[in-house]
Design a protein around this ligand. Sequence first.
Ligand SMILES: *Cc1c(COP(=O)(O)O)cnc(C)c1O
Length: 419
Amino acid sequence: MNLFRRPAPSLDDLILDAPHELPSESLMPTVARPAQVFVRGQGSWLWDSEDRAYLDFSQGSAANSLGHSPQVLINALADQSQALINPGSGLHNRAQLNLVDRLCQHTGSDQGYLLNSGAEACEAAIKLARKWGQLHRGGAYRIISASTGCHGRSFAAMAASAGAGASRFEPLLPGFSHVPFNDLPALHAAVDAQTVAIMLEPIQSEAGVIPATEHYLKGVERLCRELGILLILDEVQTGIGRCGTLLAEQQYGVRADIVTLGKGLGGGVPLAALLARGKACCFEAGELAGTHHGNALMAAAGVAVLDTVLANGFLQHVRESGLYLGEGLARLAYRYDHGQLRGHGLMWGLTLSDDCADAVVKAALHEGLILNAPQPDCLRFTPALTVSKSNIDEMLVRLARAFARVRTAQLQCRKGIAV
Ligand SMILES: *Cc1c(COP(=O)(O)O)cnc(C)c1O
């Protein structure tokens, strides 16, 4: 490739090597991906087909809660696949019963149900709320959510999210309205006779890792109790230890009527859950089903993850490494004049001084570090919950190099200097 024939180098040209292999033309280009093909993973490390090692501080968008290929998950999947992969969702299996029992016991829920993805769990939560509205609130069906929230990409989840790209798929599902996050008066003003539930993430992830304030979330819970509507907390990302407690709601001292789980619950395999408490337990036979709901192989993975996360000292480790990561990021942000650090446990967002997050993600990949950017000016860090201090130290070294690389490229771009 002759760079000199190009008119002016873009920021990407200045940051990136030419990709080693061209991606397949058969794959629908619905997600922008780097050219590398990944073949192996262990803990916080990933290797590509050219045997380059990368530190992974995204972990499949926080799905790989125990890191890559942890032994407990390998064993659980191997044992379960030997015994029984899938009797079918119309029949009981032991792993499903086990996981639902344990989830209910440890989250103080009365009923649970297993599904395949976070979006699907959020859809099911919306259905459950509508069902409850028919039974107990005169057919009220409207769900209020945050205007910067994200609950997944299926139609109801997308309608609840009010977010990116949704307008391309209109008409959207009706029955949703949106209010600014962390604004209690706005939420109060939006509730009417047709409102059945308020649906929120305790810490908004896609918006750039924005935690609810304690005042807000406690206020939302109180509002729901006073007005007789349901509180749905989407803990697809914040749940299963990500924030240093099994659920993030515990840290806020709040108790939702309906909770959704996903991502980290499966430790890397597709698994999600819907939990309900008290009066919200109102599904009956025939109202929710799916071919792989409660799939034994996936449920066995969930049991292994949950047992690990609940083992002595594990959540303590998450809280300690979370603080260590937060301190390291704060130091680096200060050194490079970047902005605000937000998060809890091992879920952190760092705002940058300009919209260079995509450039930093690309530069980081070049330095052997996998990150993602939920917003143009925000980086997100969701390492394995098992991440070590030395992993974090090494990540900070690589991130510093990525920041430096982007700074240099930005200066060169500004001066109009070609490579
Ligand atoms: C990722 C995510 C979802 C969607 O989960 P999928 O498994 O991608 O469908 C929903 N809510 C939150 C808070 C998430 O982070």
